[in-house]
Ligand binder design. Sequence first.
Ligand code: 2DE
Ligand code: MG
Ligand code: MG
Ligand code: MG
Ligand code: MG
Length: 324
Amino acid sequence: KPVEQIKLPIAKEMELFETKFKDSMLSKIPLLNRITYYIVRRKGKQMRPMFVFLVAKMVSNGGFDERTYRGASVVELIHTATLVHDDVVDDSNRRRGFFSMNALWKNKIAVLVGDYLLSKGLLLSIDNEDFDLLKLISIAVREMSEGELLQIEKARKLDITEEVYFEIIRQKTATLIAACCGIGAASVGANNETVQQMRKFGEYIGIAFQIKDDLFDYTEDKIGKPTGIDIKEQKMTLPLIYTLNTCSPKEKSWLINSVKKHNTNKKRVKEVIAFVKQNGGLEYTTAKMHDYKNKALAILNNYPDSDYKNSLLQMIDYVVERKI
Ligand code: 2DE
Ligand code: MG
Ligand code: MG
Ligand code: MG
Ligand code: MG
């Protein structure tokens, strides 16, 4: 398992983190504890805490601080809050192969649980006077909210530009990974230049991560992941944006018509996917993803070799090569 391999140099930290993260959600309200119990059992790969720990260790040559644990808990709390809210916003019933919060408890409860997790994250920093970490995470919260709204405003427009697409994914996805890497560095007292460099590093990986996610919507369904969901939702992502910008006027109006009027017709969506592929939309998008991967690699080159750096290198590979 690639992720297990990557975790090796921080196995002890990840194990201790488990308990700390669980404790960070405790409440006096029984309903909340039932829900957070469900969250912990359905946890994801915990890539974001891994970024916090690996960056903290890489920039300080294995050094560590209790603040690093709090930084990891804060990012995982905020990440969980955003997913809970995202599934409400997207009206999505599934998350990580299980029922989403809103599917099980309805929107009302999901919105409030998201707010609770957000406040617990912010308070964890405030109570410990980790104001530098608090600032980094707060920037990410603001940008994610802006990114979601920018997506609502622009992603269904057929004349969306590549520039706007990249701004949406930078804000909605990359900014949180940027915060993880910045927080990792800041938690061990790295100077501002290093913190900013690590934020950039995280941003590049985050952009590559979302491009990969958007590519999944066009790639053959071999692993039980549905394709064509973004098209059905009329969400324009890079493969389609590129195709719209490079095909003939006649093909363009067919595409526009497909997305505008036939987006719920499965056969037509499959034809759109086939057309995008034939037009080189996936090669183009994959090349862009690799550009961002290489930008992230270039930053890592400034740091001396270590097990932590090695894990971060594997993490970058995992982001662009993963099958789910
Ligand atoms: C996932 O995008 C992006 C999530 C950011 C959500 C941010 C919100 C505002 P996708 P998937 C809702 C911030 C809220 C806070 C801090 C409580 O494309 O496929 O929907 O994972 O991704 O659903
Ligand atoms: Mg979503
Ligand atoms: Mg969403
Ligand atoms: Mg997606
Ligand atoms: Mg996704």
